[in-house]
Each structure stands twice: as structure tokens, then as C-alpha cells.
Design a protein around this ligand. Structure first.
Ligand SMILES: Nc1nc2c(c(=O)[nH]1)N[C@H]1C(S)=C(S)[C@@H](COP(=O)(O)OP(=O)(O)OC[C@H]3O[C@@H](n4cnc5c(=O)[nH]c(N)nc54)[C@H](O)[C@@H]3O)O[C@H]1N2
Ligand SMILES: Nc1nc2c(c(=O)[nH]1)N[C@H]1C(S)=C(S)[C@@H](COP(=O)(O)OP(=O)(O)OC[C@H]3O[C@@H](n4cnc5c(=O)[nH]c(N)nc54)[C@H](O)[C@@H]3O)O[C@H]1N2
Ligand SMILES: [Mo]
Length: 728
């Protein structure tokens, strides 16, 4: 196969997501490569990057020579998320990586064997075996004992949920019901009945922006440029992050550096300043906040002195931040999808944050008890995991079979995605016997080894992936080759009302689209009619048909996209919030109903001890790595960070005799891993940092299986560790 990789120089120029967002000048070598590729066999294809799973994704335009991609460039004008970052450009190294999974594989050695001895089988054989396993599970134990799961990839979700429904199992979960995002949405819903915090951009006209625990120059490069515009226009920025980040450096007028896992205390401390100094909207609070008096009494306990003691933030800075937020209006909060929900107080952390909006009177009652939806009717959110397309009607009567119901009952009222963290218990208790996964990484879970042991005990399991990942796939029965994001039609992209199709490159080997795999399994179990006979384009037409459009309309207008024309849903009568009380709920009716403390209370996290004196932030995003990906299959990116580093402050390093590059051992009460020291002032004294997803240093082995009781979110950012030099 011919390759024409981007030169190392131009690659390094493009590297670094922040750099990519801020300045991506066309490179001369890039243009030379394009000229060289201008042969008769040249073609152009369009798809979206899937590396960091910001949804919808950055657009990619691919030039091919003899069917092989020679160059990737931004989709170009007309596509909202463009240009991509280093991860997007390097996708074609992944595309042609010799280790890509190209054929269906089946294990031939017993579970637990050192070598699972996977051998190649046909698609028909794979589907026959999967259908047989599903059939026998349903006959012997019931459909709910099969769990359907999609990891970080967002694209397969709708089709997999559809399969889960047609099979008859309500037990469908995703990484967003393991440890990403949903706990913060739940907090918004508990207070306001809808999402009010923003993960993306400040609203037009924002004068003060409180960025709470997100570092988007690395994690969401395209928004950096847009947020900088606010800075240029004089918007004030408060950044809350223990680390010195590009976000803090670029934006912060005030940088609060709390210890980890104290979000609810910091929010209560700020609320106390705002209320004590009469900076709140009194009239609004008294009329529209359910539980106002109790809330005031609660936050009064968080005096500046006590808040400083808990959070490590100097009280003067906290007071200044609270005053700015309350007086420089409109102010708003940009929050993380996860850093502030990775502790045992996940939901209450974000309820505390969201209350700052309420007390400053900045989210007035919605006209009608429902907020206006920017989406067309019947539409929840990309990627189409709404009830209509995914046929939730087929499983809705099986609510009591939800496997998370006994553990997190309030959660089950809030989302249809099952909280997956009790997977080992489900397997050990015989409640889960079959596991079908798309884009799945077992290292997502604290105490990963317990999940590997559970996988071994299943009656049947399968996964689809671009690569064979031994750490995850070794205990499974069947592994199926997924077409990459460059090789598939489904799903199409949607930005508000604007839709874009794709023109994918031909799939390598026998790889098939995730949507096709899910729907062909549906066909194999006799539900072809409900599964569009396995055809992803037909399924997309099923969705586009709601707005009298088809996939062909999208490809006919490939680069510019197609606007969906449909009326906004009518607003119901009345005024208020879509919560049980009709008010903003400081006292949550939902949580009260299920016996949780109803106020957004602070819960003390793990404290540093003599034995484990350092807090650890596990998972801090690197610009050029996503989770467990972008490593061995993308050598360019691996070059930028070739091994697992533990970031440590110079003073902490000195106490331990550590220099950058030294091998270290990190221990917690729950586990031990080996890594390498990276001495850096970006971490404050007393806190170390480590990226998740390294197979040889899986930081989640250090984490306890202890969860926020409301949501089930894990304690990945609150525990204490020791770091010592590794001696031979
Ligand atoms: N300690 C700690 N742990 C964390 C986090 C943290 O901050 N700290 N972050 C958490 C968060 S927020 C998230 S979202 C999760 C990440 O969620 P994970 O599911 O752990 O994500 P990945 O490591 O990217 O693994 C996804 C797998 O899917 C494959 N894949 C990628 N795209 C596709 C596709 O389109 N189709 C198919 N079939 N396969 C595909 C990849 O090759 C890879 O093997 O990690 C979580 N884990
Ligand atoms: N390059 C890249 N981009 C990605 C991803 C990736 O893996 N790589 N993953 C994608 C996914 S799935 C997600 S969920 C998003 C996440 O996107 P971000 O939220 O931006 O992710 P992080 O950089 O891990 O965390 C943001 C900041 O939170 C801080 N932090 C940690 N604990 C606390 C705390 O207790 N309090 C406060 N105030 N701050 C804290 C960290 O120091 C860090 O700087 O990124 C997405 N984009
Ligand atoms: Mo995430």
C-alpha cells in the first residue's frame, strides 16, 4: 500500500490542539504533497474526526491517490467545526496502521487462557454465533440479562440502542453512564429541570465567565478561538482549576486553585459571600427558589475562613471571584463534562455550582414549564439516542428490569442510560450473562481487574473496534472489525438544524460500519424490518425522513450542508421551571423522594495522610492524546508523549529526590502502578497529575470502587497517593 505521510516538520507544526485552534497556516510542504497527488486517480472524500469525541466533530477533507489517502485537510468553509487539531490530521496514520483489525475474529482457547487464540471467521459465522447466544440467553434467563454498551465513541450509540430495544433489553449503557458528563446534567435537571450550565461557549453578551475545571484549549480546541473573542471584548474570566493550565494562562483575571473534590464547598463559600453582601437577587430568590431559607442557612456555614481551610483557596481570591460573578452581569459558568463529577459528591458539586446562577437571578423563569428547545421536535440530542429512532417503546414496560435500579434509583428517573459501574456485581449475581459492546475500553473502570474478571465469567461477549486491544478484548468471545470514521456513512452530523452527510473512503479489509453491525445483528435475530435490513443509509433516511429529507439531499449538498426546516415545539402555557415544584430547587424534590439529603451539601473527600501525602488528578487531558487511544496506533502522536508521566511539583519532587524521567512507583490504599516523573510547576505542591488510559500504567487501578450515591459516578479525582523513586 502506498503512503505519503505528512512530513515530520509539518506534522509538528500542526501538533498541539491549542496551536491548531489558534493558528493553522497552510504549510508549503503540505501544498507540495497536494500537487504531487494531482494525478488522474485523485479523488476527494469527506468525513468527520472522531478522536476526542467532541460532538459533532471536526470536519475532514481527504485527498486520495489510487484510493489511498495522501492528505487530510480541514473540511473547509461551510462546516462549523473546522479546522481539526493534530489528532485529526494524524488519523490517516491510524487508518493505515498495519495492526488494524480487518476481519471478524473468534476465540478458540478457553477463557482465562494466556493466549485466547483468536482465529478469523466469516461475518455470517460471527452473526450466527451472536444470534445464537442472544436467543439462548432470552430463552433461559430473559432478555434483560444481556447488556448493550458503547464506550467513548458517540457515533454507534443510536444503532446499538435500537438493537438493544428490538432484542428486548432495557439495559443499555455508555461511557456517559459510567463516568462522563451525565452526572453534571442530572445536577442541572435537579435544580432547573434542564441544562443551564454550558460546556461549550459563553452566551453572546457575557461579561463575566467562570470557567470551572475545564481546559478546553486541550480538550475542545475549536472553542478556544471563540472564547478568546470574549476576552478581547473585555469579558472578565475567573478560572477554577488546581493546575496552571493554558486556560488559566490565556484567560484568568482571577485564578482559584482549590484542592480536588471540594467543588460543593467552594460553591457554598461563594454563595455565602454573595448573600451576605446582599449581591443576590432577593426578589427572585424568595419567589422562585424552592428551599431558599434552608439553603441560606446551609451556605452560611461556609464562612470565608472555613471555605479557605477546606478548599485551600485564599479567602481574598474567593471573595473577589464571588463579587465579580455577582456584579459583572450577565455572568456565566463554563463547566467540565467530568473533572468536577469525579468524586463521591458528583451531583451535589454541580448543584452547588448551578445555584450561583439561581441566586444571582440569571436564569429567569421559562415562559411555560418547558424551556424552548433548539432542536426539532422528537429530537433529544445528537447522536440520535432519542426514544423514537431507538424504539424505546419496545422496552419501556421493562423499567423494573433496569440493573442500576437497586443502586441509584434517582438516577433511573433522570436518564435512560443504565449506570454501568456495578457490572462486576451484576455478573457475579447472574444478572448479566451476555455483553455486547461497541468501542469499549475496560480501563475506564476503577479497579479494572475486577471488570476483567467479570468479563471472563460471562456466557457470551463481543466487541467491535478498530484494533485488537488485549487489555480489553482478551476475555471476549468475538471481536468484530469496525470501519473507521473515515469509512462510514452513519451517522450524519447535525449542528442545531444544519445537517451534513459524508463521502467515505472505501473500508479496508472486511471492516463494517458500527451501525451496520448493530442492525445486521438485529436482522440475524429476526428483526430486520425494525433494523432497516442492516443498511446504515436507510437508517439515516429513517431519521431524515422526519424532516422530509434524505441522505441523498445531504450528499448533493455535501460541503455546505442542508438546513432542516421544522417549527419549534409550541410552548406550554404558564410560567415556571420544569421541576416538580415549578421553581428552581435548592431543595431537590427528586432527591428527597429517594431519601437523599435534599440540599446541595458538601461531602468531605479523602484527605492526604502521612502514608499517602499527595492528592492525584487522574485523567487530565493532554492535547494530543484521547483516553486510551492515539498511542501505538498513531506513532506521530506517541512521539509527543511516549510514556506515562506523573506530573509532580518541583518541591514534592525534591523531597523525593526525583528528576524528570526518573521511574516512579505510585501507590494508593487500593493499588500500585509504575510511571515516570515529570517535574513541573503546572501542578501545585501537594497534588500530582496523571493521564488515564496507559495500558502499562493504568491509573484507575489506584482508584477505589466508591461512588457518588446519587449518580454512581466514581472517585477518580479525590484520592491520596504516595510517589517514590523506583529502585531496580
Ligand atoms: N482516571 C480517569 N479515568 C477516566 C477519565 C478521567 O478523567 N480519569 N475520563 C473518563 C471519561 S470522561 C471518558 S469519556 C472515558 C473514555 O471512555 P473509553 O470508552 O475508555 O474511551 P477510549 O479509551 O477512547 O476507548 C474506546 C475504544 O473504542 C475504540 N473506538 C474508537 N472509536 C470507535 C468507533 O467509532 N467504533 C468502534 N467500534 N470502536 C471505536 C478505540 O479503539 C478504543 O479501543 O474515560 C474515563 N476514564
Ligand atoms: N485532547 C483530548 N481532548 C479530549 C479528550 C481527551 O482525552 N484528549 N477527552 C474528551 C472527553 S471524553 C472529555 S469528558 C473532555 C474533558 O474535558 P476537560 O474537562 O477540559 O478535561 P480535563 O483536562 O481532564 O480536566 C479539566 C481540568 O479540570 C481540572 N480539575 C481536576 N480536578 C478538579 C477539581 O476537583 N476541581 C476543579 N475545579 N478542577 C479540577 C484539571 O486540572 C484540568 O485542568 O475532553 C474531551 N476532549
Ligand atoms: Mo468524557
Amino acid at each position: 500500500m502506498k503512503h505519503s505521510y505528512m512530513s515530520r516538520r509539518s506534522f509538528l507544526q500542526a501538533a498541539g490542539a491549542a496551536a491548531a485552534a489558534l493558528s493553522l497556516a497552510p504549510d508549503p510542504l503540505f501544498r507540495q504533497a497536494r500537487a504531487a497527488a494531482a494525478e488522474p486517480q485523485q479523488d476527494t472524500f469527506y468525513s468527520y474526526c472522531d478522536n476526542c469525541n467532541g460532538v459533532p466533530f471536526c470536519g475532514l477533507k481527504m485527498h486520495t491517490l489510487d484510493g489511498v489517502i495522501t492528505e487530510i485537510e480541514p473540511w473547509g468553509e461551510g462546516f462549523p467545526a473546522s479546522p481539526p487539531c493534530s489528532k485529526g490530521y494524524s488519523t490517516f496514520q491510524r487508518q493505515y496502521n498495519p495492526n488494524r483489525l480487518l476481519y471478524p475474529m473468534m476465540r478458540t482457547a478457553p477463557k482465562g487462557a494466556a493466549d485466547p487464540k483468536f482465529m478469523r471467521i466469516t461475518w455470517d459465522e460471527a452473526y450466527r454465533r451472536i444470534a445464537q447466544a442472544l436467543k439462548s440467553n432470552k430463552e433461559k434467563y430473559g432478555a434483560d440479562k444481556a447488556v448493550f454498551y458503547v464506550g467513548d465513541p458517540k457515533e454507534p450509540r443510536a444503532a446499538v440502542r435500537l438493537l438493544s430495544s428490538v432484542y428486548g433489553s432495557i439495559n443499555f449503557g455508555t461511557e456517559s453512564s459510567v463516568n462522563c458528563s451525565s452526572a453534571q446534567t442530572m445536577a442541572n435537571v435537579c435544580c432547573f429541570g434542564t441544562q443551564v450550565l454550558s460546556v461549550g461557549l459563553p452566551a453572546p453578551g457575557t461579561k463575566c465567565c467562570l470557567i470551572w475545571g475545564t481546559n478546553f484549549p486541550y480538550s475542545n480546541a475549536p472553542s478556544t478561538k471563540a472564547v478568546l473573542r470574549f476576552k478581547e471584548q473585555g469579558c472578565k474570566f475567573i478560572v477554577v482549576d488546581p493546575r496552571a493550565t493554558p486556560t488559566a494562562a490565556l484567560f484568568a483575571d482571577v485564578h482559584l486553585r482549590p484542592r480536588t473534590a471540594v467543588t460543593a464547598a467552594l460553591a457554598a463559600g461563594m454563595a455565602n459571600v454573595i448573600i451576605s453582601e446582599n449581591l443576590h437577587d432577593k426578589e427572585f430568590c424568595e419567589k422562585w427558589i424552592h428551599g431558599w431559607d434552608e439553603y441560606v442557612a446551609y451556605v452560611k456555614q461556609f464562612t470565608p475562613e472555613r471555605t479557605q481551610e477546606i478548599t485551600w483557596v485564599p479567602k481574598e481570591d474567593m471573595i473577589a471571584a464571588a463579587r465579580t460573578f455577582a456584579t459583572v452581569k450577565p455572568s456565566m459558568i463554563l463547566n467540565s463534562t467530568m473533572s468536577t463529577i469525579h468524586d463521591r459528591n458528583a451531583v451535589n458539586n454541580h448543584r452547588g455550582m448551578v445555584m450561583l446562577y439561581a441566586i444571582t437571578g440569571q436564569r429567569k423563569p421559562f415562559p411555560g414549564k418547558k424551556p424552548p428547545s433548539p432542536f426539532p421536535p422528537g429530537f433529544v440530542f445528537w447522536p440520535f439516542t432519542d426514544d423514537v429512532f431507538t424504539r424505546y417503546d419496545l422496552v419501556k414496560d421493562k423499567f423494573n428490569q433496569r440493573l442500576d435500579l437497586p443502586y441509584h434509583p434517582a438516577w433511573t428517573q433522570y436518564t435512560k442510560q443504565v449506570m454501568m459501574n456495578r457490572f462486576p456485581e451484576w455478573v457475579n449475581e447472574g444478572k448479566c450473562r451476555v455483553f455486547l459492546a461497541w468501542g469499549f475500553n475496560v480501563m475506564i473502570w476503577s479497579q479494572t481487574k475486577e471488570y476483567v474478571a467479570a468479563l471472563r465469567k460471562l456466557d457470551f461477549s463481543m466487541a467491535t473496534d478498530y484494533f485488537y486491544r488485549p487489555h480489553t478484548h482478551d476475555e471476549l468471545d468475538i471481536i468484530l472489525p469496525a470501519s473507521t470514521n473515515l469509512e462510514r456513512y452513519a451517522p450524519f452530523a447535525i449542528f442545531g438544524r444544519k445537517c451534513y452527510g459524508r463521502k467515505p473512503v472505501p473500508a479496508l479489509g472486511q471492516a463494517r460500519e458500527d451501525w451496520r453491525i448493530a442492525m445486521e445483528i438485529g436482522k440475524a435475530i429476526g428483526e430486520g424490518d425494525k433494523c432497516y435490513q442492516g443498511d446504515p443509509v436507510a437508517a439515516c433516511n429513517g431519521i431524515l425522513g422526519w424532516w422530509k429529507k434524505s441522505y441523498k439531499d445531504l450528499t448533493d449538498n455535501l460541503t455546505k450542508g442542508v438546513v432542516i426546516e421544522t417549527p419549534y415545539p409550541p410552548l406550554p402555557e404558564g410560567e415556571g421551571y420544569p421541576t416538580p415544584s415549578g421553581k428552581v430547587e435548592a431543595r431537590s424534590s427528586l432527591l428527597e423522594k429517594y431519601g437523599y439529603p435534599p440540599l446541595p451539601e458538601y461531602k468531605e473527600p479523602y484527605q492526604p495522610t502521612k502514608e499517602y501525602p499527595l492528592l492525584i488528578i487522574s485523567g487530565t487531558r493532554r492535547a494530543h492524546i484521547t483516553h486510551s487511544k492515539c498511542r501505538e496506533h498513531t506513532p506521530w502522536l506517541l512521539e509527543l508523549e511516549s510514556r506515562p508521566y506523573c506530573d509532580i511539583n518541583p518541591e514534592d519532587a525534591k523531597e523525593r529526590g526525583l528528576s524528570t524521567g526518573d521511574p516512579v512507583v505510585i501507590t494508593s490504599q487500593w493499588g500500585r502502578i509504575d510511571a515516570f516523573a515529570q517535574v513541573t510547576k503546572l501542578l501545585p505542591k501537594g497534588i500530582v497529575g496523571m493521564m488515564h488510559g496507559w495500558v502499562q500504567a493504568n491509573v484507575n487501578e489506584l482508584m477505589p470502587r466508591e461512588y457518588d450515591p446519587i449518580s454512581g459516578y466514581p472517585s477518580l479525582k479525590e484520592i491520596a497517593v504516595q510517589v517514590v523513586k523506583k529502585t531496580a
